[in-house]
Design a binder for this molecule. Structure first.
Ligand SMILES: Nc1nc2c(c(=O)[nH]1)N[C@H]1C(S)=C(S)[C@@H](COP(=O)(O)O)O[C@H]1N2
Ligand SMILES: [Mo]
Length: 548
């Protein structure tokens, strides 16, 4: 079976108002095919050169300039799929623009190449200017634009309106002034070339990721089993901040839907990076510098050779709405940050530990929090495996008690000891607080939204967290009645979430369930409702269930 293309039929008897003129749709179609050719050639050249593609560079630039309300909206709507949404948005935008450009170019031929040229220049300027960009990053957008512009120039010549039969030595080919066959053959082959280029670039990107996966498939060094002194600053009476994967008792889990340890492939993902940064383990190093006596430069092997710790820590995103899912618990393995900083010798006037990632993202947190005995680390392992690529391979920072955007640099490249004025983290000028300890919070996981709940005994269960202070109490109330104390699951660490449950005698009708947690210092989470910005959402998680 062969595919058929539905083309307008030529009725030889019909009168022609403008003999020889190409139909209007040829303009937008030319624009679309030329833009596709430009973009796909750009993708392929970038993949061959092993640099970030112009599309990614422009997308990243867009991310960097996204206003706060739009960023929150995007996370709210798309969660960890915000990058896919951005890609789809870019493709639709480029597609629509190209239709308009093609439309105009049918009458004004120069407009097509000029417009594509402008996009090429913008792409080149943006690509070169990215934090991980270089001069060679201009080559893909420029070559792509040249290909697209040349194609559009040529094709608009083919479709150029012509008021009469052209003098032609081949009357059978172009009797009516525009050459339909030539047009279809040209745009058709250009579309095919674009598709092949796109597939080729995908194949190369796939190989790049596979190569990284292979680099990340090594085995982690063993962790000393003796518990190291930790949690010295923790409120007295709470569980010390120590837990390895094997240590997690079954009694830590009481929620039927939330595993205590979040599997790596279900762990939330938040970052500004459109693709996994280009890293070669052989040349990768993490530098510890700035206001220190002896700067350190550590290779991956250097990190593997240092004493390892393994700690179960819950990390959370400041953008997490009350009741949201941008939170997860993993057993992280790595090298203590305080040990590294002591070795480097931090100057007394240093205020901030400032992380920079391979792709130029930055964040910072107070030096004291790296040195106060909490289990801050440069992590290389997550739940018994080397860090997954998207979670920051080869190494990232984990600091118990701080939101990710001020502490958890993935794809770590440097840590600088600096002052607050010396460096400003990525999110701070974008309207987020400079210092951001995780707020005490709690979440109802069952009954789930939309669950059919029968009258009688119903289990309400969920999680609560107050990293580095610990969860001391969780209370639940129904229909704004009296607060009832929930049963707490076994505490694993003051740095990890704690599960809770409460049996409820449900009566028919609609009911509102609310939860609140009290931390290890005796402070109960606030009922005041506030948005995630600038330093974390507050308010009680509230769920309405229909019993009947
Ligand atoms: N390089 C880099 N590291 C980053 C980010 C980023 O955008 N780039 N985002 C931070 C934020 S906001 C959070 S919440 C955590 C999320 O870590 P995860 O994706 O492993 O869950 O990573 C942090 N580390
Ligand atoms: Mo975050």
């Amino acid at each position: 079976m062969s595919a058929t293309v539905d083309l307008p039929e030529i009725d030889p008897a019909a009168p022609r108002r403008q003999p020889g003129a190409a139909p209007a749709w040829t303009g937008p179609l030319s624009g679309l095919v030329s833009a596709a050719a430009a973009v796909c050639v750009g993708l392929l050249v970038a993949a061959i050169m092993d640099v970030d593609s112009p599309l990614n560079a422009v997308g990243s630039e867009f991310i960097d300039h996204t206003p706060k309300w739009l960023k929150l909206r995007a996370i709210d709507w798309f969660g960890s799929h915000d990058k896919d949404a951005l890609r789809v948005g870019m493709v639709i935008t480029i597609g629509l623009l190209s239709l308009v450009i093609g439309w105009v170019a049918r009458r004004r031929r120069w407009v097509g190449p000029a417009a594509i040229g402008v996009f090429g220049i913008v792409g080149a300027v943006v690509s070169v200017g990215r934090p991980d960009g270089s001069g060679s990053a201009a080559v893909p957008p420029v070559l792509g634009a040249v290909a697209g512009a040349a194609l559009l120039w040529y094709v608009s010549g083919v479709v150029a309106a012509d008021d009469g039969p052209r003098e032609s030595p081949h009357p059978s080919r172009a009797p009516n002034g525009w050459d339909r066959r030539l047009f279809l053959a040209t745009t058709g082959s250009a579309a095919a070339v674009a598709a092949v280029a796109a597939l080729g670039s995908r194949r190369l990107e796939h190989e790049r990721i596979e190569d990284l996966e292979a680099q990340a498939s090594g085995t982690l060094p063993p962790v000393a089993t003796s518990a190291s002194p930790t949690g010295s600053s923790a409120p007295s009476g709470s569980t010390p901040a120590i837990a390895a994967t094997a240590d997690i008792p079954a009694s830590a889990t009481v929620s039927p839907v939330t595993p205590f340890i979040t599997p790596n492939n279900e762990f939330y993902l938040i970052d500004t990076s459109l693709s996994v940064p280009r890293i070669s383990l052989d040349s990768w190093r993490v530098e510890i510098g700035g206001m220190v006596d002896t700067p350190l430069s550590l290779s991956y092997d250097d990190l593997l050779e240092r004493p390892q710790i393994e700690r179960t820590i819950t990390i959370a995103c400041v953008s997490n709405e009350v009741g949201g899912s941008l939170i997860g618990t993993a057993t992280w393995q790595g090298v203590r940050l305080d040990a590294l900083l002591e070795e480097a010798g931090v100057h007394p006037d240093a205020e901030q530990v400032f992380g920079t990632s391979v792709d130029g993202w930055t964040c910072g947190f107070p030096v004291e929090l790296a040195m106060d005995g909490r289990d801050a680390m440069i992590a290389i392992g997550m739940n018994g495996e080397p860090l997954p690529l998207r979670h920051g391979f080869p190494a990232r920072v984990i600091v118990p008690g701080l939101y990710g955007y001020v502490s958890a640099t993935k794809w770590l490249q440097r840590l600088d000891l600096t002052t607050w004025n010396g460096n400003v983290g990525y999110w701070v000028p974008r309207g987020w607080a400079r210092e951001a300890p995780i707020k005490t919070q709690s979440r109802i996981d069952v009954p789930r939204r939309g669950d059919a709940v029968a009258p009688g005994k119903v289990m309400i269960a969920g999680i609560a967290w107050a990293q580095h202070r610990g969860v001391a109490k969780v209370e639940v109330r129904v229909d704004e009645g009296a607060w009832q104390e929930a049963t707490l699951a076994t505490d694993v660490s003051i740095d990890a979430w704690r599960q809770w449950k409460l049996e409820w005698d449900a009566t028919p009708g609609s009911h509102t369930i609310q939860v609140r947690a009290t931390d290890g210092t005796g402070a109960t989470q606030t009922d005041e409702i506030s948005r995630p910005d600038p330093d974390g959402a507050t308010g009680y998680h509230t769920r309405t269930v229909d019993v009947g």
